[in-house]
Ligand binder design. Structure first.
Ligand SMILES: Cc1ncc(C[n+]2csc(CCOP(=O)(O)OP(=O)(O)O)c2C)c(N)n1
Length: 399
C-alpha cells in the first residue's frame, strides 16, 4: 500500500497526529509524516508513553494513532489495558509484525511474533491485520464505534515513503540550574498541599464548568493523589477540568503532553508522583523536546510509593528539577513549604512552559479516603467534553 494513499485515508478520517517508537516496517510512514505538513509525529521514549500521548491528543479532539514494533506492544500492555480499554478511548494502534510465523526473522521476535494478534485481542483491542483493501472500512468502523483498535502491519505492507530529511543536530550540554537549590524537608502531607493548590487548579472555573481556554486542564496521577483531590472539592462532579487517572501509572505526564500539544491555548497542569514520574522518566525528554509552552508539571515528591504503603523510591537522590532542565524544560524549581508552593504554582502557570515544580511532601493519607465515584467512561467523557467545549452527557452516571 503506497504511503501517500495510506496517509490520505488517515487524513480523511481526521487522524493528523501520531506518536510512537519506530519499527523499520513503519519507516515509510514516519518519513512521510516528517515531510507532510498536514501530519504531525511525536517521537516517544517508550510505547506506553506513545499510547498516553495519543490518548491525550484524542481526548482533546485531535484523533491520533500510536505506532510501535510488536516488541513494544509488551511495553504498552498496561497503558492499553488500564487506560485505553477502561476509558474506552478511540485510539488507533499501528503495530508491526516482526517474527511472523513462517517467515525468517531475528530470535528475539520469535515468541512475540507468535502471540502478537492474540495479545492485542487479549488486551481488549479490536484487532485487524492491516489489509490495504479493508483498511479504510475497518478504520472508519473503529472510529465511529469509538473503540481502541490495533492494526497489525506485516512486512512490506506500507511502501514508497520518501527519504528522511537530513538531520542537522546541535546537542545541548551544561544549561541552566534550577531556580532553587539546597536541602528540602517536608512540612505538608500531599492532601494539605493539594488543598493549597486548589485556587490555581480551579482558576477560570465558574459555577458550571465551561470550556474557557483560560481554564487549566488538570491531569492527576494514579493513586491517592487523585482520590484526595477528588474528595477535596469534586464530590459534586463540578470540576470538569479534572482527569483522575485510575491506572496507567506513569502515563499522566504523556497524557497531559498530548492535550497540551493538541491545544496550545489551554494551560495543562499535570499533578504527578515521584514513583510515577520515575516509572516513565523518559517523558521529561519528550516534553523538553516538544517544548509545549502551556505544559506545567507538578511533582508531589514524598520519596515513596505512598499509595501502596510507603515503600521508598530513589527520588531523594534524583533531582527532578535539574533533570527537567537537562531535558529542555524552560523553568524548574523545588519547594517544600506551603507559601512557597502556592506562590511558585501561581507563577509557573503564567510562565512559558514547559515548567516543573517539585513539591517535597510527607507520606501519609487519611484512613477514610474515598475514591472518585464517576465511572471511567464518564470521567473520560466529562474531561473530553471540557477540553472540546461541548456539553457533557453521562454515559451511565456515577459508579
Ligand atoms: C504499572 C503499575 N505498577 C504499579 C501500580 C501500583 N501502584 C499504584 S499507585 C503506586 C504508587 C505511586 O507512587 P507515587 O507516584 O510516588 O505516588 P504516591 O503514591 O507516593 O502519591 C503504585 C506502585 C500500578 N497502579 N500500576
Amino acid at each position: 500500500m503506497r504511503i501517500d494513499h495510506f496517509a490520505d485515508i488517515l487524513k480523511q478520517h481526521g487522524i493528523r497526529h501520531g506518536a510512537g517508537v519506530p519499527c523499520s516496517f513503519f519507516t515509510p510512514l514516519v518519513n512521510h509524516m516528517t515531510v507532510d505538513p498536514e501530519l504531525d509525529y511525536t517521537s516517544a521514549t517508550s510505547e506506553g508513553e506513545a499510547v498516553a500521548i495519543a490518548a491525550g491528543l484524542t481526548t482533546a479532539g485531535k484523533p491520533a494513532f500510536a505506532l510501535m514494533q510488536n516488541s513494544g506492544l509488551g511495553n504498552a500492555v498496561n497503558p492499553i489495558t488500564s487506560m485505553l480499554y477502561i476509558y474506552s478511548m478511540p485510539v488507533t494502534l499501528l503495530v508491526s509484525h516482526r517474527g511472523e510465523p513462517g517467515k525468517p526473522d531475528e530470535p528475539q521476535h520469535a515468541l512475540m511474533g507468535q502471540i502478537t494478534e492474540s495479545l492485542a485481542e487479549l488486551c481488549g483491542l479490536r484487532t485487524h491485520v492491516l489489509d490495504p483493501e479493508r483498511f479504510e472500512g475497518e478504520l472508519s468502523a473503529a472510529l465511529s464505534d469509538g473503540v481502541p483498535t490495533a492494526f497489525i502491519c506485516r512486512k512490506g505492507t506500507l511502501t514508497d515513503g520518501p527519504d528522511a530529511p537530513p538531520l542537522d543536530l546541535r546537542f545541548a550540554s551544561g544549561g541552566q540550574s534550577p531556580a532553587t537549590s539546597g536541602t528540602f524537608v517536608a512540612e505538608l502531607r500531599r492532601e494539605q498541599a493539594l488543598d493549597a493548590a486548589r485556587e490555581v487548579l480551579n482558576r477560570g472555573l465558574r459555577g458550571v464548568v465551561e470550556g474557557s481556554a483560560a481554564t487549566p486542564a488538570v491531569v492527576c496521577t494514579t493513586g491517592k493523589l487523585s482520590r484526595e483531590l477528588h474528595e477535596l472539592d469534586d464530590r459534586d462532579f463540578s470540576k470538569g477540568n479534572r482527569f483522575y487517572m485510575v491506572g496507567s501509572m506513569g502515563c499522566a505526564a504523556g497524557f497531559g503532553l498530548g492535550i497540551a500539544h493538541a491545544d496550545p491555548g489551554r494551560p495543562v497542569i499535570v499533578l504527578d508522583g515521584d514513583g510515577a514520574l520515575l516509572m516513565k522518566l523518559g517523558s521529561l525528554a519528550t516534553t523538553g523536546a516538544l517544548a509545549s509552552p502551556n505544559y506545567h508539571h507538578v511533582v508531589f515528591d514524598n520519596g515513596a510509593h505512598d499509595s501502596t504503603g510507603g515503600q521508598p523510591t530513589p527520588s531523594p537522590s534524583a533531582d527532578f528539577a535539574l533533570a527537567a532542565l537537562a531535558c529542555g524544560y524552560r523553568h524548574a524549581e523545588t519547594v517544600s513549604d506551603r507559601d512557597a508552593f502556592v506562590e511558585a504554582l501561581a507563577r509557573h502557570v503564567e510562565m512559558e512552559g514547559p515548567t516543573l515544580l517539585r513539591m517535597i511532601i510527607h507520606t501519609g493519607a487519611r484512613k477514610d479516603l474515598g475514591r472518585p465515584k464517576l465511572s471511567p467512561r464518564d470521567a473520560y467523557l466529562r474531561f473530553s467534553a471540557f477540553l472540546q467545549g461541548t456539553p457533557w452527557s453521562s454515559a451511565g452516571g456515577a459508579s
